[in-house]
Write a protein that binds this ligand. Structure first.
Ligand SMILES: [Zn+2]
Length: 100
């Protein structure tokens, strides 16, 4: 199976839904747009909610404690699972049912 391209992935997957699944401890966003707390950072041994922030429109993320950051959910998947860009596209497509 060929992976869908990045534009299709980003159009099909809501960052808000994505982070709700990927960051189970994430508090419900208070607003429908913009940056919000991601709960506990999955990239370091986090004990303080609020170090990692996620942007629920674009999927950007940034941890102010360990410095891990990126501009979209594909970058998040790469960093989280230690996979390549292409593998991240495939994994997201499979998990979220996005067709090429
Ligand atoms: Zn972190």
């Amino acid at each position: 199976m060929n992976a869908p391209d990045v534009a299709r992935i980003k159009a099909a997957i809501s960052p808000r839904e994505f982070y709700r699944v990927e960051l189970p401890g994430m508090p419900a966003p208070r607003r429908d747009t913009g940056w919000t707390s991601g709960g506990l950072c999955p990239f370091h041994q986090d004990t303080h909610v609020g170090n990692i922030r996620v942007q629920i429109d674009t999927g950007a993320f940034h941890c102010f404690s360990c410095g891990t950051k990126g501009g979209d959910i594909v970058t998040f998947a790469q960093a989280r699972y230690g996979i390549t860009f292409q593998d991240a596209l495939k994994s997201l497509a499979e998990t979220w049912g996005v067709r090429a």
